[in-house]
Design a binder for this molecule. Structure first.
Ligand SMILES: [Zn+2]
Ligand SMILES: [Zn+2]
Length: 227
């Protein structure tokens, strides 16, 4: 992780102050995620942009929701910083494999359309040197020699630094629109699966031959191969 040795924000140029803020957020996101990585850094930039431009602060409840189109490290930064979280139900995952994040403000009453912004990542990471490519190849082949690990670490740090320093225009494209937000998270009753006995949300159960089954038991019975 890159660190700036500047203690007084008042005395540093605005640009460096901004970088310092990003590093603070990166630290916060890393406490949740477990490590610092380029994916997390991108999530920090997305979250910081949303907080600065769209939402007034971390979501306490479901007043804001975020639809993420990937399940990468970046999503953890979005959760840690914006308060759009999986558990609260205001983080919705769409498995499209895209680096796109749509924040939607939920208007009172649920019937109206709310403001939305879709942040789509267009950033291209700095070109790798021949040595970096060679070290990465060795790393992927399972070579964890000290020089390989050091080179991989340096490469990641370079990428993170470039990401934190990049302008918003170089990082993402934006689309602003109005849309009806998905329904708020609901709590349903649980019923016991007649096979394994585990309590299962009733909307997730299946009926087979008159028996109430949970999804895994149903699949076993139907011999459906699932990844
Ligand atoms: Zn990560
Ligand atoms: Zn079951």
């Amino acid at each position: 992780m890159i660190l700036l040795q500047i203690s007084d924000p008042e005395k540093i140029p605005r640009f460096w102050y901004k970088i310092r803020m990003f590093q603070k957020s990166l630290k916060k996101a890393a406490e949740f995620h477990g490590h610092v990585c380029p994916g997390l850094a991108m999530g920090v930039r997305v979250a910081e942009f949303a907080l600065k431009d769209f939402i007034s602060g971390k979501a306490e409840d479901e007043e804001v929701l975020c639809i993420v189109e990937n399940d990468s490290c970046a999503v953890d930064a979005v959760q840690a910083l914006t308060g759009c979280t999986f558990g609260k139900g205001n983080l919705l995952f769409r498995d499209y494999g895209k680096q796109a994040y749509t924040f939607i403000k939920r208007p009172p009453g649920n019937s109206k359309k709310g403001e939305a912004v879709r942040i789509s990542v267009i950033w291209v990471s700095p070109e790798e040197t021949v040595r970096e490519k060679e070290m990465w190849k060795r790393y992927m082949e399972g070579d964890h020699a000290a020089e390989v690990l050091e080179a991989v670490h340096q490469r990641k740090s370079k990428k993170i630094k470039a990401m934190l320093e990049a302008s918003e225009e170089d990082l993402f494209t934006l689309k602003r629109f109005k849309t009806k937000p998905p329904c708020e998270a609901r709590i349903f009753q649980s019923v016991a699966c007649t096979k394994c006995g585990e309590k299962t949300m009733e909307t997730r159960t299946k009926i087979l031959g008159g028996r109430v089954l949970c999804q895994p038991c149903f699949e076993k019975e139907m011999e459906i191969c699932k990844r």
